[in-house]
Design a binder for this molecule. Structure first.
Ligand code: ADP
Length: 489
């Protein structure tokens, strides 16, 4: 089948978190199953035409969006794995330092940027006559596409046979904007009602995907259930419950070749499940880089994450002072909200010994932490899937995580008696519960032989896309056969 992905980010071109990773590796895995995969994403400033050898394939088309005439160019990059990536270029919207905003907040015109993006994608698919069987949209930035595909009159030839998928990578990011952002969608006010796109006095891109897509998926089984509850539904629980029959959880994978400590040249020494001994050289390197005492017996804890409320920083931060008084080392890499940057920088100034804070986005440093840390912390309040723990497991960094969403689905509590399990979980969203789990992990760490077994368990977990990509493929086939397009309005 011809599968068309639409997303706001994709590794290796541009990524701010797990969404980008998933797009890169899922596209490759679906292509690997014999489908023809194309991806549309914006050409951000950081995606250099020459460096990536992008080929212009559509030379300028113009569209009137709102009161503006917008000009678009489309570039193509054919990846070695067969996936075709199309880039939507606009002279202003994407020529910026960041993808969505800075630490001070979102770009003010994200509504216009992503309305434009989606309409430009639809037009480009028409220009290129791509004829997809499935249009698979990811997160709020693409939530209007399923609406357009169902809109009478917009079903021009390239989309006649298309069915739409919408994957929720994170329900909390909804793209909700005031009603005066709505007209540039050209959808007509009949779409601005509570059954459709209206959401508590705003218009919601995400709701478009949830109401209009033929099938909805999300990135772990547990999260697919959590989001139908009031606590995690972010106001959309009713919409999701109404579509319960069409909501499936499929856990994310990683590309095992991309995240492979045996071949990873960004880390100090290569190692794997069969030869784990050299992991300690990575720990020594990480200790040195952070100015920590070099001692393999001191447990080294890491955290790599976007620094936003979801990631559980409010339960972690009160513990950090406590950590500094113990015989452990802690290294954090992340970027996000200014309030967290401040607190963490202040703590780092106060405690230099064994406490490393890096407020930046740095893919290589992330790998060094995955390779060098003994444990990684995931105190998330909620976590749709989480890739950090999956990558960490592959690199033998044992997760200490809250039992929520994909963390609960991918981590099994280590059992001292059976020696089974790959990490440590806690239930309550509290500093005390997190601390108890860390203490438990530290106790096991002291038992060298047992810890080695646990690290082996972690590294032997299989989180390649093999099983999950097959589930998507099967669902594409089912939906393609099953769905009769219902014209709304
Ligand atoms: P989310 O999608 O919520 O950000 P995930 O755990 O699914 O969380 O994915 C996070 C991805 O982003 C992982 O690949 C992680 O290594 C990476 N990442 C997060 N923060 C940073 C950072 N500051 N520098 C480099 N990589 C980061």
């Amino acid at each position: 089948m011809k599968i068309l992905f639409v997303a706001s980010e994709m590794a290796p071109f541009a990524k701010t978190g797990g969404l980008g990773d998933v797009l890169g590796s899922l596209a490759a895995a679906i292509q690997g199953l014999g489908h023809e995969v194309s991806v549309f994403m914006p050409r951000y400033q950081r995606i250099d035409i020459r460096e990536w050898e992008l080929e212009p394939v559509v030379d300028y088309f113009e569209m009137i969006i709102g009161n503006h005439l917008e000009a678009t160019r489309i570039f193509l990059k054919k990846l070695a794995n067969g996936v075709k990536v199309y880039f939507v270029e606009h002279p202003d919207f994407f020529m910026r330092e960041e993808l969505y905003g800075t630490s001070l907040g979102d770009y003010q015109d994200n509504d216009r940027r992503f309305i434009y993006f989606q309409r430009a994608v639809l037009k480009a698919v028409q220009e290129l006559d791509l004829q997809p069987d499935i249009v698979h949209c990811h997160d709020w930035q693409t939530g209007l596409i399923p609406v357009y595909l169902k809109k009478p009159g917009i079903e021009y030839a390239p989309f006649q046979k298309a069915r739409s998928f919408f994957t929720i990578h994170n329900l909390a990011y909804q793209g909700n904007f005031p009603p005066d952002s709505f007209p540039p969608t050209a959808l007509g006010w009949e779409y601005y009602k509570s059954d459709y796109l209206e959401f508590y006095g705003k218009f919601s891109f995400l709701k478009g995907g949830l109401v209009f897509a033929d099938e909805i998926t999300t990135v772990s089984d547990r999260y697919s259930k959590e989001i139908q509850s009031k606590e995690f539904g972010c106001g959309m629980e009713g919409v999701l419950a109404a579509r319960n029959e069409s909501v499936t959880g499929i856990v994310n994978g990683i590309d095992p070749k991309e995240w492979d400590p045996e071949t990873d040249l960004d880390i100090a020494a290569q190692y794997g499940a069969a030869n784990p001994a050299k992991k300690k050289l990575n720990k020594a390197a990480l200790q040195k880089e952070n100015g920590f005492p070099s001692d393999e017996n001191i447990p080294l804890l890491g955290l790599v994450a976007r620094l936003v409320d979801q990631k559980g920083l409010d339960i972690l931060i009160p513990l950090l002072e406590k950590f500094t008084q113990q015989n452990l080392q802690f290294v954090l890499l992340g970027t996000g909200e200014e309030k967290y940057h401040q607190i963490l920088r202040d703590l780092a100034k106060k405690h230099k010994k064994g406490f490393g804070v890096h407020i930046l986005f740095d893919a290589k440093m992330a790998k060094k932490i995955y390779a060098g840390a003994d444990m990684l912390l995931f105190p998330s309040y909620y976590e749709p899937c989480g890739l950090g723990q999956i990558i960490g497991l592959r690199y033998g960094a044992v997760p200490v995580a809250r039992a929520t969403g994909g963390l609960a689905d991918t981590i099994q509590e280590f059992d001292l008696v059976t020696q089974k399990g790959n990490g440590f979980l806690f239930e309550d969203y509290s500093s005390e519960a997190l601390y108890t789990a860390v203490v438990k992990a530290l106790k096991v760490f002291k038992q060298e032989k047992v810890w080695k077994g646990l690290v082996k368990n972690a590294m032997e977990c299989d989180f390649s896309w093999t099983a999950s990509a097959k589930k998507y493929s099967k669902l594409y086939e089912t939906v393609k056969r099953r769905t009769v397009k219902v014209e709304k309005t």
